[in-house]
Design a protein around this ligand. Structure first.
Ligand SMILES: Cc1cc2nc3c(=O)[nH]c(=O)nc-3n(C[C@H](O)[C@H](O)[C@H](O)COP(=O)(O)OP(=O)(O)OC[C@H]3O[C@@H](n4cnc5c(N)ncnc54)[C@H](O)[C@@H]3O)c2cc1C
Length: 417
């Protein structure tokens, strides 16, 4: 089977790249083996949120100062500014509403009651411009009885520290009784399947009852609604008498799963081939180019393309793997940017800079990968596998994934004209 482009990995970077390529008329396949980091998403995407342990308010100012080798430095400010306006419309076309500004971070409320800088937040997730001036008045934190992946007390404590009055309550509806028989069934994704149609009306009635009893001005609820699309999120909000916002729960992340599903559906709707649950295991190289790849499920049948994109994520998604003394890229054994002896890879102080977080495949300024010291001319790396940034410490993972994906897609579109 021959494609214009094959993308290995169907997380946020692979899907964004694939959608842009399809919209330019290219024939694209994505091969993706399993869950991605999106399944654990917080309800927000970070562009650049922290520097030297401090919150960043203006992400582009910090991006302008990243060191050589950082993916944002390779992209360059002009390209970043050109690509940023593409992000919200691309997600909106897939049915994902993102709010936020490219120039100024807002703050999202975390499941532990802290406020963290964010670039784009999903529809109606609890967020504020600044954590020192919360506009919510008295807050009712309303959980579903028996739902254990949400901690109202943590959130109440965080909001109390910020000077807000809160009251935690819970309720249930008969439709959830079957789930309540086993605590392991009370997960966000299972609950969401029941909250449709009439159940939304009953949910709204219960929430409104609690609002009246507590005299709340604002309601915070766990993100347990809208698994397949945003419609139930909107419907519940419309029927509740005061502003209602959602707080992300412990994984699995409902909004992340919805985003993954909506992006994948959009990719397929545009004509992309999505080989779900298959793993790329090897490739044939010839004259500095990758000719074809093999997958576990397709066996002897290879997949050919003019261009390949590596979007396999970092350690978490097995885009990189490690033994006690070696870090490697497991599909093609591409060159990785690991330097220094093993003892320097991580610091025993968990909160210090961890070198291993920046590990990734070696790429040139246009994200082409290297094997045995030689550039592979038709293969680029995007997202977490491209390395060079500490997604956790900088809170830059989402931005790097999306912007490198859009840039590499632009390169391919220009070259395959
Ligand atoms: C747990 C977790 C939570 C995070 N939360 C956030 C957040 O809330 N906001 C934020 O901005 N950033 C977050 N990040 C940072 C995150 O790294 C990036 O935001 C981004 O999701 C990375 O996307 P990606 O597409 O590069 O990789 P991934 O999302 O890791 O996707 C890689 C995909 O490639 C597939 N794959 C791997 N190897 C193969 C193979 N051989 N064959 C086929 N497929 C393969 C994997 O199965 C996976 O689906 C989080 C990271 C982690 C690990």
């Amino acid at each position: 089977m021959k494609y214009d482009s094959i993308i290995i990995g169907g997380g946020i970077s692979g899907l964004v790249c694939g959608i842009k390529l399809l919209k330019a008329g290219k024939k694209v396949a994505i091969v993706s083996s399993g869950q991605s980091a999106l399944h654990f998403n917080s309800g927000a995407i970070a562009l650049f949120g922290r520097k030297d342990g401090k919150d960043v308010l203006h992400p582009l100012d910090e991006i302008a100062r990243v060191p050589e080798g950082h993916p944002y430095a390779k992209l360059g400010m002009d390209t970043i500014k050109r690509l940023l306006p593409e992000v919200k419309p691309l997600f909106a076309e897939a049915g994902i509403t993102l709010v936020g500004s490219d120039n100024e971070n807002h703050y999202r409320l975390t499941p532990t009651g802290m406020f963290k800088p964010a670039w784009l937040s999903m529809l109606d997730y609890a967020s504020v411009s600044r954590p020192d001036s919360l506009p919510w008045g008295k807050v009712a934190i309303i959980n579903i009885t028996g739902f254990l992946d949400f901690y109202p007390d943590f959130i109440a404590r965080g909001l109390n520290l910020a000077g807000l009055q809160c009251e935690a309550r819970d309720f249930t509806v008969p439709e959830l009784e079957t789930l309540r028989k086993s605590s392991t069934e009370m997960r966000a994704t299972n609950i969401a399947r029941f909250i449709t149609g009439d159940v939304i009306r009953r949910f709204a009635a219960e929430v409104n009852r609690i609002v009246a009893e507590t005299h709340a001005d604002t309601v915070l609820m766990p993100a347990i609604i809208g698994l397949f699309d945003e419609e139930p999120v909107r419907l519940l909000k419309e029927q509740v008498v005061c502003p209602l916002y959602y707080v992300s729960t412990m994984p699995m992340s409902l909004c992340g799963m919805r985003a993954q599903m909506r992006l994948r559906n959009h990719f397929q709707h545009l004509g992309g081939a999505y080989l779900i649950g298959d793993t790329v295991c090897s490739g044939n190289f010839d004259g500095g180019r990758l000719k074809e790849i093999s997958t576990v499920n397709l066996g002897d049948m290879t997949l050919e393309a003019d261009r390949f994109v590596l979007a396999t994520g970092s350690f978490f998604s097995h885009g990189l793997e490690a033994t006690p003394n070696k870090v490697f890229e497991p599909i093609f054994n591409l060159d990785v940017n690991v330097s220094g002896p093993r003892v320097e890879w991580c610091d025993v102080d968990l909160y210090k800079d961890q070198q291993y977080m920046k590990f990734g495949v070696v790429t040139d300024e246009s994200f082409h990968v290297y094997k045995d010291g030689s550039r592979i001319d038709n293969m680029q790396a995007i997202g977490a596998v491209a390395g060079g940034h500490d997604a956790l410490k900088e809170e830059s993972g989402g931005g790097v994934a999306i912007l490198t994906a859009l840039k590499v897609a632009s390169d391919i579109i220009n070259e395959l004209k």
